[in-house]
Design a protein around this ligand. Structure first.
Ligand code: GLN
Length: 280
């Protein structure tokens, strides 16, 4: 079968199963099977695929059909300017989280030496993106999941950043190391009862530990704010990702912990997504 026909057939199957971007997903999956980029697929649409490639592609399309995210099928996701290795042990990096990088870079325009902490680092995408942009920064990432920490370490190695990226497998309550100029976090903030109503791609495949914010969605946000308050230096910046209806309650919690609110930033969908504050 030729590339074009395989893509059309796969896209038709995915569409029938309510997958939102059937052509793009088919192209990404076929790219992975034949180890070429999407450009190759588009410019070589009449090329014949080997039997093995056709079988492997069908296998991935079947899995995608049942909702498994493309990033877990290809084992990578692009975020900011890099490609991250991902699997079911970590949340797939979201474009909306890039807002936290943009804000960090705006605040720290010069590349002076500083230490920052990323609470709930997952794949390491926030921490490593910042290290790429600021060569004198050192990043410390913690995560309750040992598997996530191993994966973040692997990404640091792939990106040649291991010397400036330190990772700790720790529960936030048990972490007491260091004082930081900057703290970032994208904690789990989805209400327990809402988890099962998320897209099947998320609810059936992504790690609950990275999403579940307890019965009101604020359990982990509250813990992160308390911990950040203890580990941050005076005048240090705290950049926190939140859910779209969590703005007011989070501001109150930050103020109760002596943070001054600098800015609330919306994501690409115009939802409140990030709060920048300063420890006073
Ligand atoms: N933004 C994520 C979502 O789509 C949630 C991430 C989180 O809980 N930190 O569902």
């Amino acid at each position: 079968m030729i590339i074009q026909d395989s893509i059309m057939l796969a896209a038709k199957t995915l569409k029938k199963n309510n997958i939102k971007s059937p052509i793009l997903d088919s192209e990404l999956l076929l790219s992975e099977v034949i180890k070429k980029d999407r450009k190759y697929i588009i410019f070589n649409s009449k090329k014949k695929l080997s039997k093995k490639n056709v079988i492997d592609f069908k296998g991935l399309v079947e899995r995608r059909k049942r909702g498994e995210p493309v990033a877990y099928l290809t084992n990578y996701k692009e975020f900011w300017k890099q490609k991250y290795y991902v699997n079911q042990n970590v949340l797939i990096p979201r474009p909306d989280t890039e807002v936290l990088i943009e804000e960090t870079l705006k605040i720290y325009q010069s590349d002076k030496k500083l230490n920052f902490l990323d609470i709930g680092t997952g794949s390491g995408c926030l921490l490593l993106s910042i290290l790429h942009e600021r060569k004198n920064f050192t990043g410390y990432g913690i995560d309750i999941s040992k598997k996530a920490i191993n994966l973040a370490k692997y990404n640091a190695k792939l990106q040649h950043l291991s010397n400036r990226a330190k990772f700790y497998n720790s529960d936030i309550d048990k972490f007491f190391i260091g004082k930081y100029d900057l703290i970032l976090s994208n904690p789990p903030y989805i209400k327990n009862s809402e988890l099962k109503h998320l897209d099947k791609d998320i609810s059936c495949f992504e790690p609950k530990v990275a999403l579940d914010g307890g019965c009101d969605g604020f359990t982990k946000i509250t813990k992160v704010i308390g911990k950040a308050s203890n580990l941050i230096k005076k005048n240090g910046k705290f950049i926190l990702e939140i859910g779209c209806h969590q703005r007011y309650k989070t501001i109150k919690k930050l103020e109760d912990n002596n943070f001054f609110i600098n800015k609330i930033i919306k994501d690409y969908g115009n939802n409140d997504r990030c709060i920048v504050s300063t420890k006073i």
